[in-house]
Ligand binder design. Structure first.
Ligand code: FAD
Ligand code: SF4
Length: 327
């Protein structure tokens, strides 16, 4: 690991004014330290932000504000989150291991890097690590890769489980920039598709800090599911995941939310399928049709065609589970 200077600022303002282009912030360190050990990330300066950002969860009239330093375990264990946003709690509990969730912060979870094997091997080409070097996965091992929204430059997927729930729940990301100004971004605009610049995972301005995440109130707390399909039952990233939530009036669907992980460079919302379900009866036929609509826009790579039927099955199963609420 390259030597670096470690500093622990006391305030957000101090952290922002100390940052430069050779800086990395560190929160839980569960992703950054690995990247530094493998010399994929080599900052000169590491700013420990654990004392600067909020680690509180505040329920408000319109929703809940989750401080960027709240640990993943604390979000999943929080009473208000479990009562009103259980989809978020369930998605978090499907990620990583208890030890990692105890360290991982809300802000860091959004900024974790892809798990594409080429990205982690310095001997292999990877445009995300070094743009212009090529994408080894495009015609190589792309089994875990995207089935929608990718480009020839990068076919990697975003690995987070929590982010899939946040995408389904129309969350927002609160940001403080280096000039001191604040900005709120819709969660769906936060992460990027790869295009020609796969080295950029998100639209966070340089050195800006995520200060908190806002999740609006909704009527999805009774009918929800986070289904994660993976090679092993625990401690593995998703091949396909589905966050599903329904607002029901009797057997009629008033609103539907469907998002997936393991399919794209960002958490993906299946909006056409959501629109189809709105106002429909909650029947097996309609669930199957919603899954078909979602899958019709996908285009698998050379070794991940299996993900398309897996996605369809996962959407149908997740929608059925929403009704029985066995989650
Ligand atoms: C073995 C293993 C298995 C895992 N399995 C899963 C899984 O199944 N599902 C899943 O979702 N995740 C999984 N993870 C990933 C884990 O959830 C992330 O590593 C974690 O959420 C990152 O949070 P952190 O606070 O440790 O971030 P750090 O490692 O501290 O930081 C990550 C990045 O975010 C930046 N950063 C952190 N906070 C802020 C902020 N507030 N503002 C601006 N920049 C910030 C840092 O500069 C750094 O670039 C796994 C990790 C490991 C090591
Ligand atoms: S898919 Fe993206 S992360 Fe993987 S090798 Fe290609 S450019 Fe790198």
């Amino acid at each position: 690991m390259k030597p670096f200077e470690y500093t622990k600022p006391k305030t957000v303002r101090e952290a922002l004014s100390s940052a430069n282009k050779h800086t990395q912030y560190i929160a839980g360190g569960t992703n950054l330290v690995d990247l530094m050990k493998k010399e994929i990330d080599e900052p000169d300066q590491v700013l420990d932000i654990t004392a600067t950002l909020p680690d509180t969860i505040e329920e408000k009239d319109k929703g809940v504000v989750i401080g960027a330093m709240v640990r993943n375990t604390a979000i999943a264990d929080n009473k208000a989150i479990k009562a009103h946003w259980p989809l978020l709690a369930k998605a978090i509990l499907k990620g990583a291991s208890p030890q990692i969730r105890n360290m991982a912060s809300a802000g860091g979870n959004l900024l974790q890097r892809t798990r594409c094997p080429y990205f982690y091997d310095l001997t292999l080409p990877c445009n995300k690590r070094k743009n212009g070097s090529g994408c080894g996965a495009l015609k190589g091992n792309n089994r875990m890769g995207a089935i929608i929204g990718y480009s020839d430059a990068c076919v990697a997927v975003h690995p987070s489980d929590m982010c899939v729930a946040l995408a389904a729940l129309d969350a927002k990301v609160n940001i403080r920039k280096t000039d001191g100004s604040e900005e709120t971004m819709n969660f769906l605009d936060f992460h990027r598709l790869p295009g020609n610049n796969p080295e950029k995972d998100n639209n966070l301005p340089e050195n800006a800090l995520i200060t908190s995440i806002f999740v609006p109130k909704n009527n999805f707390s009774k009918h929800f599911e986070y289904l994660k399909l993976r090679d092993r039952e625990s401690y593995a990233f998703a091949l396909i995941s589905v966050a599903a939530a329904l607002d029901m009036d009797g057997n009629q669907i008033s609103e539907a939310r469907l998002a997936s992980g393991g399919v794209a460079h960002k958490p993906w919302r299946w909006t056409k399928a959501e629109d189809f379900l709105k106002g429909k009866q909650a029947t097996a036929e309609n669930f199957a049709e919603a899954a078909r609509i979602a899958a019709e826009d996908t285009a698998p790579l050379s070794t991940n065609a299996f993900k398309v039927p897996l996605l369809k099955g996962a959407i149908e199963t997740a929608l059925h589970t929403c009704l029985t609420n066995k989650a």
